[in-house]
Design a protein around this ligand. Sequence first.
Ligand SMILES: [Cu+2]
Length: 199
Amino acid sequence: MTRTWPALAWLCWGALAQAATLQVTVRDEQGRPLPEAVVFLESPEAARAAKPLSGVEMAQKDKTFVPEAVVVTRGTSVQFPNRDTVRHHVYSFSPAKRFELKLYIGTPANPVSFDQAGVVVLGCNIHDEMIGWILVVDTPYFGRSTGNGQVRLNDVPEGSYRLRVWHSRLPVGAPALDLPQRLEAAGASTTVTLRGLTP
Ligand SMILES: [Cu+2]
């Protein structure tokens, strides 16, 4: 009889796990606040809680990707509307997603589905200067740092995570920073430094 208690206690604890807030400050190697860093929390539970996003676009306007970088959850389909009058030919050779959208104007009929977590670097066959990024994450807990280098992740269940930090100025192919992060109900705050950024 008493043997069932630990299991019951575990179930109750799971149901009562409280949502907490993680505050992250991201800095560059010189200690300056780093805007536009993507911060996300990974765990097996987070992967199970992640759902594909809807209505995500990576447009092209004035021969640039707009926005320059997009964060999506695994399984998200992304549209690539061309808002220029010239044709684009968007491709990626990244292991997380290889694809190409051959010369087109307007919006290609089929969105591109991103089913594997990782960094997808986008280019255009016609315009070499065009570069964009799609960061595919396997968690619903992500955010982007503002001008002061800060990110708040709200409503995250307490638990043990891997704190990941990525920026488009990391060298191509470099993995996101990866640190253990414990989150208690009272919340937590931490400061991380991203090294090796390109100018
Ligand atoms: Cu182009």
